[in-house]
Design a protein around this ligand. Sequence first.
Ligand SMILES: Cc1ncc(C[n+]2csc(CCOP(=O)(O)OP(=O)(O)O)c2C)c(N)n1
Ligand code: SF4
Length: 277
Amino acid sequence: MADVTQLIHDYLRHNKKFPHVFCAGCGHGIVLGSLIRSVHALGLPKDDVVLVAGIGCSGRMAVYVDFNTVHTTHGRALTFATGIKMANPKLKVICVMGDGDALSIGGNHLIHAARRNIGVTALILNNHIYGMTGGQCSSATPQGDISMTTPFGSLEKSFDIMDMCKAAGASYVARGTSFHAIQMDRLISSAIMHPGFSVVEVFSPCPTQYGRKNKFRNAVDMYKWLKSNTVKVETLKDPDQKPADGRIPIGVFRDVEEPGLEERYFELQRKLMGQNR
Ligand SMILES: Cc1ncc(C[n+]2csc(CCOP(=O)(O)OP(=O)(O)O)c2C)c(N)n1
Ligand code: SF4
């Protein structure tokens, strides 16, 4: 355990912005730990990693961790990430967003990043709510759930991030949870090494703004719920069919090797330059 703690500390900016903002029981810190372990296990030098984050509790990761980091505007993290990847495709560009950031204000950028299959990893920390601004309903709040702006239950259907990203063209699409930390390490590592656009959605409990307004008494209840209401996608007979018992599939939903936008762009550049000689 001491080694794990040391490892996490090796990747943090010690004299910056601590103590962190995450509430007790928040899943976001677990995702940060998983990201650090994944980068370390892959042996990537810190200077080759760029962490681009939007605004929100999830966006704070860019402040704490000692990679190249950009803390960008709400909903626009993928646009910054796209520019960075196109300028220097050798960098591993990881984009951290909340569900509000990625699906609501930034939803258009998400589908176009998927359509382009740009070689960026999108980590979507889905806590089903706008955490930082006080718990408003987001496009990932499940229908019927209570939020600050839907006191009688949300009337809207929520997005299925996996279905949406697959349909839009992302070549690696996976879902994990903050309870299943070991699986999450694997999902994030594979996503980082994937050549095209990779999306990892993480169900990340927000006990403060979402849990206590809904069916959860405390953070522990939320993690217990994740444990017993998820199912590994590879154990399903038909992975495209949602389980009838309402459990949420986790694991890899799509993993196909297709060149990223930046590879296609530089290939075209090489071809055109060859023609002009
Ligand atoms: C353009 C713009 N609109 C709205 C805001 C206010 N704002 C800051 S964080 C946030 C919501 C964050 O929610 P989410 O992206 O789900 O992340 P979480 O805090 O839940 O991790 C909002 C609406 C902003 N900073 N900029
Ligand atoms: S408000 Fe929610 S998402 Fe934000 S730090 Fe607290 S528990 Fe985490």
